[in-house]
Write a protein that binds this ligand. Structure first.
Ligand SMILES: [Zn+2]
Ligand SMILES: [Zn+2]
Length: 164
């Protein structure tokens, strides 16, 4: 469902389905699973305006930012929009309302985009890929001790620290 037609009434609650697209994030693609998600819409009308609340939980599947393994992000979303009855400036209107139709899927998509964390990880403590050999450090924890003993390496490390 992309749009809902508003019903009359001071306050009502609607169970509906929103459709979410794939998200581009940090150069990677994250797919909502499933694409159609049950959501709850609450519409509250007062003389000054209308408050819209939308709540749902989205699960995004895609690559981990550090190790590129599979990551699943579960995000509970709770968004609010306000439309003043006689808006004097744009701040008091919602871009998702056209006449008496609410663009729920556009709104849901934007709400998810705003709620994305800085990094999507397979687990909070993901060790990532080894910067030297590229192996997955979660599966094969290791260090490269020998190289650290190499004086040329030590010089590089010192330089890195200074540039820090
Ligand atoms: Zn990871
Ligand atoms: Zn390594």
């Amino acid at each position: 469902m992309r749009q809902v037609k508003l019903r009359p009434g001071e306050e009502y609650r609607d169970e509906l389905e929103v459709e979410l697209p794939a998200f581009e994030f940090g150069g990677q693609r994250y797919l909502p699973v499933p694409e159609r998600i049950p959501a709850e819409l609450v519409v509250t009308r007062a003389t000054t305006g209308t408050v819209f609340s939308l709540a749902f939980t989205v699960r995004l599947h895609g690559p981990c930012y550090r190790c590129l393994g599979d990551a699943v992000l579960e995000l509970p979303i709770s968004a609010r929009e306000y439309q003043a009855s006689s808006p004097e400036d744009e701040e008091l209107t919602t871009p998702y309302l056209h006449e008496d139709r609410l663009e729920v899927s556009d709104w849901a998509r934007d709400a998810v985009a705003l709620a994305l964390p800085d990094k999507i990880l397979c687990r909070p403590e993901c060790a990532g890929l080894c910067p030297e050999c590229g192996k997955n450090l979660n599966e094969e924890p290791h260090t490269h001790e020998e190289e650290h003993g190499d004086p040329r390496w030590a010089a590089l490390e010192a330089l890195k620290e200074r540039l820090g």
